[in-house]
Design a protein around this ligand. Structure first.
Ligand SMILES: Cc1ncc(COP(=O)(O)O)c(C=O)c1O
Length: 441
């Protein structure tokens, strides 16, 4: 009988885990059962220091009472409201709060449910914007090598991670890529590297190749997180802004990781003093508690759509859960928590302490580069010949066993702790990693 074949509730087989080596995990599961502030509790009762803010999202740490209460209240008060042709007050309140945090000139918010959706939304808005202005030939999208923009077809097309692209067919047509900005000569740079601003000029080459009149938008992470924490060289983003402006190309900053204080400013746009036309965000928007993403959009883009008969839908795009009331409540309470604890600028205060602690790992076995900015850092290891990623994965597993949660991409260890981390906890995180590295074959 079919029912007899149903797995038991604690059987690990049914859940196909995302971006996970499923067979390895299921042979030695790493289960988290609760979390508070800087720590997870594992199923075997250990305290794990969170060195990654979950997945770069729990910027205020875990179990924050205000966010918990807001979510609980909202579920009781208004669990759901239709997202299309109807509204509820919290969606407007959160949008106003976000616009206030964003750089000047960014005045509107389009909601979605994840970073991937935010990216695809921004790309669609870019295409539709040019069309709305009668510039319909602008259909090309430019991403960057080693960029990560989530897993939608738009995001993997403009993204530059080989494994995220090669398995999924021909992707979007009319996409080109800038070179990545990770140069060997910048190894062990503290903060922003000196070399590489000229790499932005590659956009001029792409423009010359395709014609500016065919290019809709350039999308980059101001600081690339998921491909191993790659810093923008000094002057690079400003140059990119100048070139895009000169050619009427929209500039999108994907701030899914850098948004909400990671670099010491609300957004990286402010940290680098470069204002794009759109900012994508997610993760820290709700402190990771409820899925939510958003695209923050300039008035110029938004207003280009606000023409024609008033009963007509201006942008044919949206999600059932765009501006979900519970997510909005979580978002507002998250912004309150960030404000009350000064978290959106705390990374700037901790930057030099974090930097010195992290760079103290230099010289340990297999370490070939260390990079940092705000409360984010990467330690790059020499990979094992013929087994890329194995060495760092081994470090990740042993670090977890030693009581710290880190993240690895290829042979790069990335850390992005909650912005509430104390100096003692920085010492503990880096000290434990040092011990693990010393014991690494
Ligand atoms: C820069 C960037 N864009 C997009 C995404 C995708 O976000 P999500 O996993 O919420 O779809 C991520 C996730 O790490 C990201 O770092």
């Amino acid at each position: 009988m079919a029912l007899d074949r149903k797995p038991a509730p604690n059987d690990l087989g049914a859940f196909w885990m995302p971006f996970t080596s499923n067979r390895q995990f299921k042979s030695a599961p790493r289960m988290l059962v609760s979390a508070k502030d800087m720590h997870y509790t594992s199923a075997d009762g250990r305290q794990i220091l969170d060195g990654t803010a979950g997945l770069w999202c729990c910027n205020a740490g875990h179990g924050r009472p205000k966010i918990t209460a807001a979510v609980q209240d909202q579920v009781e008060t208004l669990d759901y409201a239709p997202a299309f042709q109807m509204g509820h007050p919290l969606a407007f309140e959160l949008a106003n709060r976000l616009v206030n945090l964003a750089p000047d000139g960014i005045d509107h918010v389009f909601y979605c449910n994840s970073g991937s959706e935010a990216v695809d939304t921004a790309l669609k808005i870019a295409l539709a914007y040019h069309r709305a202005r009668g510039d319909a030939a602008r259909t090309r999208l430019i991403g960057r090598e080693r960029g990560y923009h989530g897993v939608g077809f738009g995001g993997i097309s403009v993204g530059g991670i080989v494994n995220n692209r090669r398995f999924f067919g021909s992707l979007l047509a009319g996409v080109d890529h800038l070179p990545h900005t990770h140069l060997a000569e910048n190894a062990y740079t503290k903060g922003q590297p000196d070399h590489g601003a000229h790499l932005a000029d590659e956009l001029e080459r792409i423009v010359a190749l395709h014609g500016a009149e065919t290019i809709a938008a350039v999308i980059v992470e101001p600081m690339a997180g998921s491909t191993g924490v790659l810093m923008p060289p000094k002057g690079y983003l400003k140059r990119l802004r100048e070139i895009t402006k000169k050619h009427g190309i929209l500039l999108i900053f994907d701030e899914v990781i850098t948004g909400f204080g990671r670099l010491g400013s609300p957004f990286a746009a402010q940290h680098f003093d470069v204002t794009p036309d759109m900012i994508t965000c997610a993760k820290g928007l709700t402190n990771g508690v409820i899925p939510m993403g958003a695209v923050l959009v300039s008035a110029e883009i938004h207003d280009a759509f606000m023409t024609g008969p008033e009963h007509v839908i201006e942008l044919f795009h949206g999600y059932t859960y765009s501006g979900n009331p519970v997510a909005c409540a979580a978002g507002i309470a998250t912004l309150d928590t960030y404000a009350e604890d000064g978290l959106l600028t705390r990374a700037a205060d901790l930057d030099s302490y974090w930097q010195e602690a992290l760079h103290g790992l230099r010289g340990l076995p297999h370490v070939i580069d260390i990079r940092n900015m705000g409360l984010i850092g990467a330690v790059e290891l020499q990979g094992i010949e013929g087994e890329p990623g194995k060495r760092a994965f081994d470090v990740f597993v042993r670090a977890y066993e030693a009581g710290i949660l880190i993240r690895v991409t290829g042979d790069i260890i990335a850390m992005s702790p909650p912005l509430i981390i104390s100096r003692e906890q920085i010492d503990e995180l880096i000290g434990t990693l040092a011990e693990v590295l010393k014991a690494t074959a």
